[in-house]
Design a protein around this ligand. Sequence first.
Ligand SMILES: Nc1ncnc2c1ncn2[C@@H]1O[C@H](COP(=O)(O)OP(=O)(O)OP(=O)(O)O)[C@@H](O)[C@H]1O
Ligand SMILES: [Mg+2]
Length: 353
Amino acid sequence: MTTVTKEAGAPVPADAGAFLSVRDLHVSFKTEDGVVKAVDGLSFDLERGRTLGIVGESGSGKSVTNLTILGLHNPQFTTVEGEILLEGQELTTARESQLERLRGNKVAMIFQDPLTALSPYYTVGRQIAEPFMKHTGASKKAAWARAVEMLGKVGIPNPKERASDYPHQFSGGMRQRAMIAMALVCDPDLLIADEPTTALDVTVQAQILDLLKDLQQEFGSAIIFITHDLGVIADMADDIMVMYAGGAVERGTTAEVLRSPQHPYTWGLLNSMPRLDSDLSAPLAPIPGTPPSLLNPPSGCRFHPRCTFQDRVDGNRCVTERPLLAPDRASACHLTAEQKHTIFVEEIRPRLG
Ligand SMILES: Nc1ncnc2c1ncn2[C@@H]1O[C@H](COP(=O)(O)OP(=O)(O)OP(=O)(O)O)[C@@H](O)[C@H]1O
Ligand SMILES: [Mg+2]
């Protein structure tokens, strides 16, 4: 492991433990219908300089997990339990003033919906310049120049003029890019990108992905990348975490998870997602059934009602016992390692092509 320094920051000792460490995180929301358990016992680590790709169906808790890292939930309706340690600093119990210092500076997020991040009342340039001024102490003029530079970097034409526009004068794709500029302006140590390029055309998407890679190269930033696009994951992520119903069901290096996935849900997911290298006319097979209710999640393995392999597990374990994803285990499933391997090689891989 190497020692990474950020500009004027102190060196980070190589043995300081994980840069980001999430332990047994539970996030639930009080709603009129009951308590929604959106994240339910999630643990993972992320090191500097690495990119973690998070995949999972809609509603599996990807965004909630990351909004919780930033402390962006309304405490009146939200219960957060477990630990989120960023360089050893506990975030779940941090004060709002501490979180405000982190946000936009040390930790930044590219949101799924740009309108949640951009204010309609201020010019785009000002919204990029302000966090830069606040966190670096730069002058107004220098911060404006930096905002223009960032808009150029994310591919906005005529950035000098466009910096004075309001968000509504930008197209959807341009707003997305402006938000990315806002997230990157302070060279964050941890960048959380939630479906950052979904709305963009492929050329701009490639530019943005290159920009994120540059950021990482230059500052050793850690990146959490949420996407439905396996091609992007394969290109960007060092590691993959697959989420289902608020928990991680599989984790490993990108090569491991894409080449020899071990969890029945991951098999279904791979089968249901378009692949860059696949024949576009090949039909995609959606996973049968629907994601479970988070008000009243299934007993045992959350995936068991949709799993076609539970009869191969002894007894009724899939229904009665929740398999956990231990740090030394790549997938949370009661099938034995040998069964997983054989099923994948003989029954799943031939279908994936
Ligand atoms: N503020 C909230 N109040 C109540 N329920 C919520 C709240 N925010 C999220 N949820 C619920 O938590 C679950 C997880 O939501 P989340 O947004 O994390 O899903 P996701 O994995 O990001 O999905 P997608 O791929 O569609 O973005 C969903 O069932 C969602 O409806
Ligand atoms: Mg989401």
